[in-house]
Design a protein around this ligand. Structure first.
Ligand SMILES: Cc1ncc(COP(=O)(O)O)c(C=O)c1O
Length: 380
């Protein structure tokens, strides 16, 4: 427990809410979830499920029709045929990551992780007594693990490498070639690649596909949280190698029994053409926000050497503005009325010189945020 840290952004968010309660206006650029509501067809499906009384446990791996629908989505979106038996519905990507770590890691086993990266990952590893090995990444590899990192850092106790593409906090993608090469390296060393695809769908340029398209021994993590705008429903899924499906079913039975039943019924509507059309509009809106925000931040003196191709984050170097990103985010909130996330939340790789901006906010609010940051910088 001593090694598990809270997300610093949560304290920042709490302070922002406190200031708002005192009547201050705060521009939120720290939040890690879409600002869009759950699409109407999904809500309607959820309400209908509640009214029908669909409130009993489902089978642990998920409603059979939802597993089939997810398999259908892989067919239509990526052209990949997957048996529904390899798809397990989970309580968000969070539970899927936890299950993957529990299934693959023995005490003392190492897992390679990009730094900066999603902060919970190292804790999932730690909870099952694994050893998270943070590998510093920078602009040269698009802030992602690359095959060369795996070759260099894979040791005798390494069991897996965990990547996210697009990444939180950097929004960058791993190319299909690199992903395939990393699968090969992991396989050759008797290990596994875990690929978190939670931000799939929210990609604005560049070709990408699921790792399940070219390997059936990877663990693919996904969720209804981000692209489908369903964070609070707590539902996601994983694609696992056939040999692991019943093992993970057993584990999930014991850990949490099943994902929420109403959420599973609601998620059945997530792949309807009507929903996908709504989501595509929202993707375009996010792209417009990114296209506004990145040049605006560069103009203020933030360093963004690689254009983030996906998610809704910009990971920016602030070394020309401050050497203390934590103090900077605190002062910016208190004096400037803008909330952003300090680098410390994403690892130990120069966090004091980085901050994360989220563009899960309207373009008008982002413009106001940029104006406030400009004013704050002028005064400091
Ligand atoms: C990279 C990444 N993976 C997993 C998660 C967990 O998402 P959820 O449990 O809501 O599906 C998040 C949430 O921010 C994330 O950024």
């Amino acid at each position: 427990m001593a090694e598990i840290e809270p997300f610093h952004v949560m304290a920042l968010l709490a302070r922002a809410r406190e200031l708002e309660a005192q009547g201050r206006s705060i521009i939120h650029m720290e939040i890690g979830e879409p600002d869009f509501p759950t699409p109407e067809p999904v809500i309607r499906a959820g309400v209908r499920a509640l009214e029908r009384g669909e409130l009993f446990y489902t089978p642990t791996p998920g409603l059979p029709q939802l597993r089939e629908a997810i398999a259908g989505y892989y067919r239509s979106r990526y052209g990949v045929a997957l048996p529904a038996s390899r798809i397990l519905v989970t309580t968000g990507a969070s539970a899927a990551l936890m299950l993957a770590c529990a299934a693959l890691i023995d005490p003392g086993d190492e897992v390679l992780l990009a730094d900066p990266g999603y902060p919970a990952n190292r804790h999932f590893v730690r909870v099952v007594e694994g050893v998270p090995r943070a590998v510093p990444v920078d602009a040269a590899s698009g802030y992602q693990l690359a095959p060369t990192h795996l070759e260099r850092h894979w040791g005798p106790r390494t069991a897996a490498a965990l990547v996210a593409s697009p990444s939180n906090p950097t929004g960058t993608l791993i190319s299909t070639e690199r992903l395939a090469a990393m699968v090969e390296i992991a396989r050759a060393r008797g290990g596994t690649l875990i690929v978190d695809e939670i931000y799939h769908g929210l990609v604005y340029e560049g070709e990408y596909t699921t790792a399940a398209a070219f390997a059936d021994d990877v663990f693919v993590i996904n969720s209804f949280s981000k692209y489908f705008n369903m964070t609070g429903w707590r539902i996601g899924w994983m694609v696992v190698p056939e040999a692991y499906a019943s093992e993970i079913d057993k584990l999930a039975q014991n850990l949490y029994l099943a994902a929420p039943t109403p959420a599973q019924h609601a998620a059945l509507a997530a792949f309807e053409p009507e929903t996908l059309a709504i989501l595509e509009k929202r993707r375009q809106e996010l792209q417009a926000r990114r296209d506004y925000l990145v040049p605006a931040l560069r103009g203020l003196g933030f360093d963004i050497p690689v254009m983030p191709q996906g998610a809704f984050y910009v990971y920016a170097g602030c070394g020309r503005l401050t050497q203390d990103s934590f103090g900077f985010t605190r002062d910016l909130l208190e004096r400037g009325g803008v909330a952003i996330t300090p680098g410390i939340d994403f690892g130990a790789n120069a966090p004091e010189r980085h901050v994360r901006f989220s563009y899960a906010n309207s373009i008008e609010r982002l413009q106001e945020g940029v104006a406030r940051i400009a004013e704050f910088l002028r005064k400091s």
